[in-house]
Design a protein around this ligand. Structure first.
Ligand code: PEP
Ligand code: MG
Length: 895
């Protein structure tokens, strides 16, 4: 029989898989000789057995009995012993923290007899009956499945009938009365009396913890957080210590550093005369941990001493739960604590300074999501700037937005068109609000969580959003909202929304750019006084990851300005220069002329007019990226995107006809618009298909690139363009366009008398391209994975529609943990990337492999691309530092 039960003296922090996080850390603290109440942990393996067989392992009860006997010996009393009972807690503890998802039962071992023993031993009858009442309440709810409100309501009724406000105001008689009421409720709802046998209580509580692994909320949480569903939870059985034994007892939480800023010091909260759940439930106000120094100086000193030992031992910020029982300190939990993004960087840097961790470890203590958070603009922290806080909600999408409150999409669009900054305020949003969301600087909703429509769409757009601000009463009909203090904000009044903290202010709070961005932009010298400790921490870690990474990081940029910015941010070239915007604005007419051309001559005129304009674009971009590769993608979107809207044009023609005006040109245009209209344009005439059916279009573009390169060369530059062909599905498409391109390169080379020998490659954006990567590689010097289109085509998701229409429902139901357009779907899209990378390389060993879809700047995806052997990732300029960091972390992890 496997060993299913480990005493706290047997485990260690390395055994998280088997003992869960809580159990492993309790064992570790026990090994360190810290004051942990004795106990034992039932393994996750026992839970897995229970979950797959419907019953615990045969030997489990016997193993528990052995460990319980040892515990009883250590404590010198038996579980539920009538005159002096040992009481235990039964707590869940999975490998991954699942806050609030699973169950805990305290005070196991109490019954009508032992409650008297506890009263006698503690000399506190009230405490004994309060403990008993808590047992029935927790056991009733979690093990017997009674509605928790039933108990809460009875407690409230007892308090109000006695005119007391706090639980502690209930005396022995009141508590005895509640115990009676609770027991009656249990008998009525379950048909059985409340179990008196302490061992039976324990057995059932353990099962309830096992069962809580599969409770719907836990299943949903795991699905959303991508925690495997088959891990199971461990169960910790621990001798009770009591924080509710009077004023010299209490319970608290502590952090070894400030989890908000990383500063060293004493951080935490303490609640006298209370059990742990009182702190969490917020029933009474806690006091700052530092005040414990006067209340219980010995305990305080021991606690600080233990905190220091834990931090040195775990070599990281730890959070701690402790209880003081009549002047004796007990440790109930510790773990490496959560922290804000700024604290993560600062703490890593402090620990480096203290030589507690290495640079490699420091890079592992931070991540790209945290770095991205540090890069958003924020509201000033200047204490002299007055702020009028109206309320707060969830920090759904970071950033700082200021604008006039508007209460519907139509107004948002209208006002923003006339140059106003607006904040769209809604109870909740739905797909009809999309236009308003696009027009708004920020979004504020009073309902819905972090996976609500507003949150998902705002994050997708990179737009500031606070959602679920429930204390704001949003009245869209009367176009105003009311804050809890009664303050009313009418439409048109200015508000400020902080997507990083979830706060909403009246008026305009000044916005400052992030010092981390100013550092990346080269405006703050990390060695100067201008740099604060955060900037210095970021700088130090970035230096390390840049040296560590194997992958290059390029940027997606299609203007010289973006290219220059990307370069300042550390981009090592452009991985995707989209050329479509170069055909808009005043150039649109030339594209119209190209589309409407009847004769070769008309077409050639249109192309000749476009050529110098394109060439000038490329000259600028190549100059900004001089010496670094610039991958220019030939025109990709459907041609009709360059033509007028079909309805507007139809109306124009009809009106003109009615007035008897000449409509010849517009009619031709309208015919072209009809001809080019597609039901599914993303699957239609676009990408390489355009190059094949619109004569001269791609060759004009290649000529422009070649001429730009030749001119840059003449000017003494080092242009390194690369020609990229989009949406290729078959080798024949690639061959034709590539041959044409190479011919143009030769021509221009001769015309200018300079050697123009630059790579021609393809995007891999269609499943067929990925599956035929071997033959494609024979005609491509590089592949760039267009994972936006690849995700769209692998899933059959319209990328322009699905995020706003049904992704919030998919995320809520846990179909996926994150949008596959944000984080690469490794199992599906990733598999195709891997196949194409492997087969492409097999055919052409020196082929260059990169990615230029949005995933190139997503932390988890960057790790995958590293593992898949890609040479570079390319992402928007603002994400370049994130990709640098993650590429470095990925390289270190892999070694
Ligand atoms: C892609 O499809 O991943 C890509 C980069 O191209 P676009 O987003 O322009 O379609
Ligand atoms: Mg694409």
């Amino acid at each position: 029989m496997p060993k299913f039960v480990y005493d706290f003296t047997e485990g260690s922090k390395e055994l998280k898989d088997l003992l869960g996080g809580k159990g492993a850390n309790l064992a570790e603290m026990t090994r360190l000789g810290l004051p942990v109440p004795p106990g034992f942990t039932i393994t996750t393996e026992a839970c897995r057995h229970y979950l797959s067989n419907g019953s615990p392992p045969e030997d489990l009860d016997a193993q528990i009995d052995t460990h319980l006997a040892a515990l009883e010996r250590a404590m010198g009393k038996r579980l539920g012993q009538p005159d002096d009972p040992l009481l235990v807690s039964v707590r869940s503890g999975a490998k991954h923290s699942m806050p609030g998802m699973m169950e805990t039962v305290l005070n196991i071992g109490l019954n009508e007899e032992s409650v008297a023993g506890l009263a006698a031993q503690s000399g506190d009858e009230r405490f004994a009956w309060d403990s008993y009442r808590r047992l029935i309440q927790m056991f009733g709810r979690t093990v017997l499945g009674l509605d928790g409100d039933l108990f809460e309501e009875a407690v409230e009724a007892a308090k109000s009938s006695r005119g007391v406000v706090e639980d502690t105001g209930l005396g022995v008689d009141a508590l005895k009365g509640l115990v009676g009421e609770f027991k009656d409720a249990v008998a009525e709802h379950t048909g059985h009396p409340f179990p008196d046998d302490p061992r039976e209580q324990m057995r059932r509580a353990i099962r309830a913890v096992f069962d809580s692994w599969t409770a719907p909320r836990a299943v949903l949480y795991r699905r959303q957080e991508r925690i495997p569903g088959d891990l199971g939870t461990a169960v910790n059985v621990c001798a009770m210590v009591f924080g509710n034994l009077g004023p010299d007892s209490g319970t608290g939480v502590a952090f070894t550093r400030d989890p908000a800023t990383g500063a060293q010091g004493v951080y935490g909260d303490y609640l006298a005369n209370a059990q742990g759940e009182d702190v969490v439930a917020g029933i009474r106000n806690t006091m700052p941990l530092a005040d414990l120094e006067t209340l219980a100086p010995d305990c305080y000193r021991s606690l600080l001493d233990i905190m220091e030992r834990l931090e040195n031992h775990y070599r990281d910020l730890c959070d701690i739960e402790f209880t003081i029982e009549r002047g004796t300190l007990w440790m109930l939990q510790t773990r490496v604590g959560k922290r804000t993004a700024a604290a993560a960087f600062r703490i890593a840097n402090q620990l480096l300074d203290q030589q507690v961790i290495t640079l490699e470890e420091a890079a592992d203590r931070v991540n790209g999501d945290q770095l991205a958070q540090l890069m958003f603009p924020r509201f000033t922290e200047d204490p002299d700037v007055p702020r009028d806080l109206l309320g707060r909600g969830m920090n759904a999408s970071p950033g700082a937005a200021v604008g006039r409150a508007v209460f519907d999409s139509y107004t948002a669009v209208k006002w923003s068109r006339s140059g106003e900054d607006v904040i769209l305020v809604r109870r909740e949003t739905n797909p009809d609000d999309l236009d308003g969301m696009i027009a708004a600087r920020g979004i504020l909703t009073s309902r819905g969580g972090k996976t609500s429509h507003a949150a998902v769409v705002a994050r997708g757009m990179g737009k500031t959003c606070v959602c679920g601000a429930e204390d704001l009463d949003v009245d869209t009909k009367n176009r105003r909202f009311t804050a809890p203090g009664g303050e009313i904000v009418e439409e048109g009044e200015v508000i400020s929304v902080d997507g990083t903290t979830g706060e909403v202010f009246r008026g305009s709070v000044p916005v400052v750019s992030s010092p981390v961005v100013r550092y990346f932009e080269g405006e703050i010298d990390p060695a100067s006084d201008q740099a604060d400790d955060l900037v210095r921490a970021v700088h130090r870690i970035m230096n390390y990851v840049d040296a560590a990474r194997r992958m290059y990081v390029r940027a997606n940029a299609d203007t010289a300005e973006d290219a220059a910015r990307a370069r300042r941010m550390g981009a090592q070239g452009i991985g995707l220069c989209r050329t479509e915007h170069m055909f808009l604005g005043s150039r649109r007419e030339l594209v119209e002329a190209l589309i409407l051309a009847h004769t070769d001559g008309e077409r050639a005129d249109a192309l000749d007019a476009l050529l110098p304009l394109q060439c000038a674009d490329f000259v600028e971009i190549l100059a900004a990226m001089d010496g670094l590769p610039v991958t220019v993608r030939l025109l990709d979107p459907p041609l009709h995107e360059f033509l007028p809207d079909i309805t507007e044009l139809s109306v124009r023609v009809a009106v003109a006809e009615a007035r008897g005006e000449s409509v010849e040109n517009d009619l031709r245009l309208l015919q072209a618009v009809h001809r080019l209209h597609e039901q599914n344009p993303m699957l239609g005439l676009r990408g390489v298909r355009l190059g094949l059916v619109v004569p001269g279009l791609f060759t004009m573009q290649v000529r422009a690139i070649a001429q730009a390169a030749a001119e840059r060369r003449r000017a003494g530059g080092h242009p390194r363009p690369e020609v990229m062909i989009p949406l290729v599905g078959t080798v024949q498409e690639l061959e034709i366009i590539r041959d044409e391109s190479l011919a143009v390169l030769r021509e221009v080379s001769e015309e200018y008398g300079v050697e123009l020998d630059f790579p021609v490659g393809t995007m891999i954006e269609l499943p067929r391209a990925a599956l035929t990567a071997g033959p494609l590689a024979e005609h491509a010097e590089f592949f760039s994975f267009g994972t936006n289109d690849l995700t769209q085509t692998v899933w059959g998701f319209s990328r322009d529609d699905v995020e706003a229409s049904f992704f919030s429902a998919y995320l809520e139901k846990g179909v996926f943990g994150a949008s596959p357009f944000e984080t690469l779907d490794i199992d599906g899209v990733g598999r195709l990337v891997q196949i194409a990378a492997t087969e492409g390389r097999a055919r052409r060993p020196d082929i260059k492999l990169g990615v230029c879809g949005e995933h190139g700047g997503d932390p988890a995806s960057v790790h995958f691309f590293h593992d898949a052997g890609l040479d570079y990732v390319s992402c928007s300029p603002f994400r370049v530092p994130v990709a640098r960091l993650e590429a470095g972390r990925a390289a270190r992890r892999a070694t």
